[in-house]
Design a protein around this ligand. Structure first.
Ligand SMILES: *Cc1c(COP(=O)(O)O)cnc(C)c1O
Length: 386
């Protein structure tokens, strides 16, 4: 195979990190369902000793995700939050983390309810306002946590500007790239030090695995995270590594369809008399549209909108959809719909939700890759019920 940097995204998605098995020609990387490996003599082995430390299925998967993000190293974990948790273990008491205000609810809970116990400080700031972002730095700021587009308000944060300023301050920049996937956004090329994904979402894309990855090109960061991965042990099982690799083989094709259908649905909702406001980075009306166009090569499959009316109307609408499944999560081939205030963002305090704009008439959809005509008809009939 040619070197990774010469190959297109789709070719990498299918081949990177994966070679036919030299022993038997198997085209797909086997599920190495083993916890341990035989040694010829104490300490003499073929690179594998114990599967918490390394497993050949995981090795292939980690090389694959690294190639897709244009990074040197990939590290896989048992969930997106296990990835985040392990990265936080690289900090120490007294350190400060600057976090964008509208992060994934579970990330917020992990920072605010768990990591504050260890004497690490967090502040949550609106990173779309660069003045507020810069003012958020303290003398002990060691890490900057960016998620863009944010969830569920789909705010667009300028990764390059934030990374440049953070670098001057000596803080490590982490970008949660779950919503865009490397197909549409490559944060390492914009100055991020670490990219994280909940592969549970678009990367795997089939709603049948919970997992996470971190990617970096920095040797020292890799060394530390590799140490922590083994030392704390939140690693994925070989079967899950295999499943995510299989899911990734169609990532480029899926993302194209997600984005194409989301654009069409966003335009449809924008014109609908029962919808108050639609938030989708691909719409000219989105306040972050210009930055989105600059740092993303597509706008993704997530749409947030405000229904005209109250909680009762929102519930009626959510109970009426037939193809869209009323469920948490996102990024799968099937379309999902949810109510952030009651479902995904219930762990965010009501006061904070209000400030962020997560009201009772706010609805989030993850546009799947079903036929667009069926998706639109489903939304139409459910809106008719309201
Ligand atoms: C789901 C999600 C996570 C957490 O990942 P899990 O795999 O559920 O642990 C983190 N960030 C974002 C943006 C997510 O959507």
């Amino acid at each position: 195979m040619k070197k990774n940097d010469k190959l297109g995204f789709g070719t990498l998605a299918i081949h990177a990190g994966q070679e036919p098995d030299p022993n038997n020609g198997a085209v797909m990387v086997p599920i190495y369902q083993t916890s341990t490996y035989v040694q010829k003599s104490p300490g003499v082995h073929q690179g594998y000793e114990y599967s918490r430390t390394d497993n050949p299925t995981r090795t292939a998967y980690q090389a694959l995700v690294a190639a897709l993000e244009g990074g040197k190293y990939g590290l896989a974990f048992a969930s997106g939050l296990a990835t985040t948790n392990t990265i936080l273990q690289s900090l120490k008491k007294g350190d400060h983390v600057l976090v964008c205000d509208d992060v994934y609810g579970g990330t917020f809970r992990l920072f605010d309810k768990v990591w504050t116990r260890t004497g690490i400080e967090f502040s949550f700031v609106d990173f779309t306002d660069l003045k507020k972002f810069e003012a958020g730095f303290k003398s002990n700021t060691k890490m900057v946590w960016i998620e863009t587009p944010t969830n569920p308000m789909l705010k667009i944060i300028d990764i390059k500007s934030c990374a440049e300023f953070s670098k001057k301050k000596g803080a490590t920049v982490v970008v949660d790239n779950t919503f865009m996937s490397p197909y549409f956004q490559k944060p390492l090329t914009l100055g991020a030090d670490i990219v994280v994904h909940s592969v549970t979402k678009y990367m795997n894309g089939h709603s049948d695995v919970v997992g996470g990855v971190a990617i970096t090109s920095d040797d020292a960061i890799y060394k530390e995270l590799k140490f922590l991965q083994n030392a704390s042990g939140a690693v994925p099982a070989p079967q899950d590594c295999f499943l995510v690799m299989r899911g990734i083989k169609t990532l480029h094709v899926r993302m194209e369809r997600h984005a194409q259908s989301a654009m069409e649905i966003a335009r449809y909702l924008e014109k609908h008399p029962k919808i108050d406001r639609v938030i989708y980075p691909g719409l000219e009306s989105h306040p972050g549209h210009a930055i989105a166009k600059k740092q993303m090569s597509g706008f993704g499959g997530m749409i947030t909108f405000f229904l005209k009316g109250d909680l009762a109307k929102s519930k009626k609408f959510l109970e009426s959809v037939k193809i869209f499944a009323l469920a948490e999560s996102l990024g799968g081939v099937e379309s999902l719909i949810e109510h952030p205030a009651i479902m995904t963002h219930a762990s965010v305090p009501a006061e904070t939700r209000k400030v962020l704009g997560i009201h009772d008439n706010l609805i989030r959809i993850s546009v799947g890759i079903e036929d667009i005509a069926d998706l639109k008809a489903d939304l139409e009939q459910a809106l008719d019920q309201v």
